[in-house]
Ligand binder design. Structure first.
Ligand code: NAD
Ligand code: WQD
Length: 346
């Protein structure tokens, strides 16, 4: 896969999608984005266009739901796609426990619909947004791609199911080339501060919570558990800058041209574990803001420590994360301070 090829990006208006679309455009790919704006908005697409400058002519957007087979068929009939990067889906773990049907419909039925239309049009190259959640509660570390897989929530099960569907499809037809990227904990924003994460409704993850405390929307950060057997008792995760993650997708796209590639999973993380308190300290340092803390009990379902082995991605994709915690917090704060209300004005 090389620039000048045409890539379909589902969920490309979202957090990781928008950063990846920008990288695709700047690298020279023709990029068609579809999104139903369930957790994003048109402004994100407009801002990607602005950041892309002259290359924005290579971006086409359609407001389409991936479960709408008729619309997908029309799109594939009108455009020849060399590959698909599939981000579209719902991602809130807690919500998936409350509304499992909505998650299975969006994430599993949506993906099946997309795969059916791809197959019908002879497009058999796909990069999929999987998640470190498929490692469940890892017993040993770092997580390598050959670990046993499990899921601790309906959301996690949708990722596991889609991975299994991919493996079954490939076993039936080796003409497919399928890469499953298992993201660890994406944070940060484009260094311009012009695009970033803007979750609709209340946030679910640590960084958006810290951000909301920093801009005065929330009074304090709840620390979920201080009694883990970690360096300071708080949970440890592998945070990865969203720009590094975006570049990981370009590396995966290039890999799809390798005649040897079949159906493979790759971790996208940094290989380093950071505790909640370390993350807070790093954010306070770059922002100059004090983040008041409220010590709470453990959040049900949380793992103690999770971080990636990055050896397989480094070796096969020739990709490595470049940014550390400080850059992640710096760019998160840059985005937050320039856009305290996200993409909406007050
Ligand atoms: P996001 O919510 O910002 O982006 C997802 C996009 O998909 C949104 O723009 C949303 O409007 C769109 N979408 C949802 N359902 C759709 C549908 N049926 N049809 C068309 N568009 C639809 O989330 P993100 O953080 O950018 O995550 C992207 C992908 O990466 C998701 O599949 C998510 O599960 C996965 N992932 C995210 C994380 C994370 O922590 N952010 C970690 C691991 C995996
Ligand atoms: C990180 C650490 C919390 C919020 C989730 C999904 C996973 C993946 C990434 C999609 C933990 C602690 C958090 C807060 C806190 N998403 N925390 N106070 O749980 O690693 O993973 O997002 O695939 O599937 O499960 O990320 O950001 O929620 O939590 O103390 O207000 O921060 O306990 O130790 P997590 P997170």
């Amino acid at each position: 896969m090389s620039p000048s090829h045409c890539v379909l990006v589902t969920g490309g208006a979202g957090y990781i999608g928008s950063h990846t679309v920008l990288q695709l455009l700047l690298t020279g790919y023709k990029t068609v984005v579809i999104d139903n704006f369930d957790n994003s908005c048109q402004i994100a697409v407009n801002r990607v266009q602005e950041l892309a400058g002259d290359r924005a002519v290579n971006l086409i957007f359609h407001q389409i739901d991936i479960r709408d087979k008729a619309e997908l068929k029309k799109l594939f009939a009108s455009t020849k796609f060399d590959a698909v990067i599939h981000f579209a889906g719902l991602k809130a773990v807690g919500e998936s426990v409350q509304k499992p049907l909505m998650y299975y419909d969006n994430n599993v039925v949506g993906t099946l619909t997309l795969l059916e239309v791809m197959e019908a049009h002879g497009c058999k190259k796909i990069v999929f947004s999987s998640s470190a959640t498929v490692y469940g509660w890892p017993k040993v570390l770092p997580c390598t791609e050959d670990f046993p897989l499990s899921a601790a929530s309906p959301y996690g099960r949708t990722k596991l199911m889609v991975e299994d569907i991919f493996r079954d499809i490939y076993a039936s037809d080796s003409g497919w080339k399928m890469i499953m990227l298992r993201y660890f904990n994406p944070v940060g924003a484009h260094p311009s501060g012009y695009i970033g994460e803007d979750p609709l409704g209340s946030p679910n993850n640590l960084m958006p919570f810290i951000q909301q405390v920093a801009v005065g929307k929330l009074p304090a950060l709840k620390v979920f558990g201080t009694d883990y057997s970690t360096k300071d008792g708080t949970g440890v995760r592998d945070y990865i800058h969203v720009s590094d993650l975006a570049n990981g997708h370009l590396a995966a796209l290039r890999k799809l041209s390798d005649p040897e590639i079949g159906c493979e999973a790759y971790n996208l993380g940094t290989g380093k574990g950071t505790s909640v308190l370390e993350m807070v300290a790093a954010f306070e340092k770059v922002s100059g803001k004090k983040i008041p803390l409220v010590i709470s009990g453990r959040r049900p379902g949380d793992a103690e420590v999770v971080y990636a082995s990055t050896a397989k991605a480094e070796r096969d994709l020739n990709w490595k994360a470049e940014n550390g915690i400080e850059e992640m917090c710096r760019d998160q704060w840059n985005w937050a301070s320039k856009n305290p209300y996200g993409y909406q004005s007050k």
